[in-house]
Design a protein around this ligand. Structure first.
Ligand code: NAP
Length: 446
């Protein structure tokens, strides 16, 4: 909620009284929390404010493009302080407060650099203290000392620490917490899926999406585990970093070279798993009545992150041989060296040649996805006993699956993989094995 307080005049009058910048930030956060608390006395209200200070001067939101150019010319090549104040109110009374100070070193910027920056970002930074959104323009900083969430304006670690201590029946009293971490992450459907399972199983807990840039991954993860998170799903671009972060990794995650699930054990160790392959195989075996992994070779299209998990899972399921084809052949060649010599790479333009002899066809490229280019793939010679599956689930039935169905092949879409890969994480964090059913699938497709 936006509390609409008179920030400019409050700041002016406090500055006139020689108030320290941290006290100004704290007072502004308090005014905001109080205003909302008056309308919602039974709720826990968090008020937030940020103030940027350089050489004793407070830099507010730039009033114009020229003001932004002026403040950037002062801050560039220098280190300023970003003060983040969080205040919690309940029933119009302050319950807790916290101040965090981050030190932000901006790279030198020429007048031309500043003009380019202002032309590109003015619309989005005009409401931000100092005229930048760190998450959108991290490259203008050469060094930063501070936690990611403090810089974002909400000191999540200390806030959860406070909420865990208070004696109340609020739903955040020692909840079980998990999250999906990525960059970007707004598009993730995982919170909806886990939220559904939490509600269905009557579990007091939460599963949220958190956007973390790679440079802040380790620090933020340490802090989130410290404040009580049970674990995480991890997506692009953090899957390799997550594997390196863990104390132990499953043999499958090690073989794939990436983790998508982190779990904190009772002894405090962090374990890394990769459940994409589990999701993929479970999807095939639950959707198909006839699929036999050992029936014959497979053809896998694509050699990206998802393909690694698919190749390992297919080999573990007992496939005798896998043909792998990727636009960039070198990426596919690398996978043989890393995973198994039961994989044979074929050139992208020759991928149709093996269709008569394969029993499983997998599209793990992004071709055919809504908004992406089409997959040009002639199925004229496909073995009619082959099962064809696509990792893409938007659209639900891709052109590849339509073409394969028209040739009499059994087809399996990608949505089930997304649902099944989430099951082991949920069970580890929340202690209940969730169900993948039609209701969940329908929810994910709305
Ligand atoms: P990725 O690492 O970015 O790999 C993308 C793959 O697509 C690469 O093999 C790339 O080939 C290929 N590709 C992209 N554009 C192409 C083009 N114009 N022509 C030919 N090949 C092209 O992505 P990923 O993580 O492996 O994911 C791949 C797909 O699987 C995505 O659509 C993703 O949404 C889906 N997925 C689904 C699930 C699920 O749960 N259902 C899970 C994971 C992924 P190059 O190497 O030549 O670039």
């Amino acid at each position: 909620m936006s509390p609409q307080i008179d920030e400019i005049n409050i700041t002016k009058s406090l500055s006139a009284e020689q108030a320290a910048p941290r006290d100004i930030a704290d007072t502004l956060a308090e005014h905001k929390a109080l205003k909302i608390s008056r309308k919602n006395p039974d709720s826990w209200v968090i008020g937030c404010d940020q103030i940027l200070v350089f050489e004793g001067e407070i830099f507010g939101k730039p009033a114009s493009r020229d003001a932004l150019k002026h403040s950037l010319s002062r801050l560039a090549g220098q280190t300023h302080r970003l003060i983040t104040a969080n205040v919690i109110y309940k029933d119009c009374k302050p319950q807790w407060r916290h101040i965090a100070i981050s030190h932000m070193s901006m790279r030198p910027m020429s007048a031309a650099d500043i003009d380019t920056y202002v032309a590109a970002y003015w619309q989005e930074v005009k409401h931000a203290a100092g005229g930048y959104h760190f998450e959108r323009t991290p490259d203008i900083f050469s060094a930063v000392r501070g936690h990611w969430f403090d810089i974002m304006g909400l000191s999540i670690g200390p806030i959860i620490g406070f909420l865990n201590q208070i004696d109340t029946n609020n739903p955040y009293q020692n909840p079980k917490l998990a999250a999906v971490l990525g960059h970007p992450i707004a598009q993730s459907k995982s919170p909806r899926m886990h939220g559904h399972w939490l509600q269905k199983n009557g579990i007091s807990g939460d599963y949220i999406a958190i956007d973390i840039p790679p440079a802040h991954f380790n620090d933020t993860l340490n802090m989130l585990f410290d404040v009580g998170f049970s674990g995480f799903n991890v997506t692009i671009p953090h899957k390799e970093q997550a594997l390196a972060f863990a104390d132990h990794m499953s043999s499958r995650a090690q073989r794939i070279g990436a983790a998508n699930t982190l779990v904190k054990t009772d002894s405090g160790d962090i374990r890394a798993y990769n459940t994409d392959g589990y999701g993929f195989i479970t999807n095939l075996s639950t959707q198909s009545e006839t699929w036999q992994p050992k029936a014959g070779p497979a053809l896998v299209l694509g050699a990206g992150g998802a393909a690694r998990a698919i190749l390992v899972a297919l080999l573990e399921a007992g496939l005798p041989k896998i043909y792998l084809s990727n636009r960039t052949r070198a990426r596919a060649d690398d996978l043989i060296a890393e995973i198994s010599d039961l994989i044979e790479v074929i050139d992208w333009q020759d991928k149709e040649d093996v269709l008569p002899e394969v029993f499983t066809v997998v599209n793990s490229t992004s071709l055919g996805m809504t908004g992406k280019a089409a997959l040009e793939f002639d199925l004229t010679n496909i073995n009619p006993h082959a099962l064809v599956t696509d990792l893409i689930y938007a659209p639900l039935e891709t052109q590849l699956l339509k073409d394969a169905r028209a040739r009499g092949c059994e087809v399996v879409g990608g949505i089930g993989m997304l649902l099944h890969q989430a099951v082991p994480g949920f069970e580890a964090w929340f202690g209940t094995r969730p169900e993948v059913d039609q209701e969940l699938e329908a929810l994910m497709l709305t």
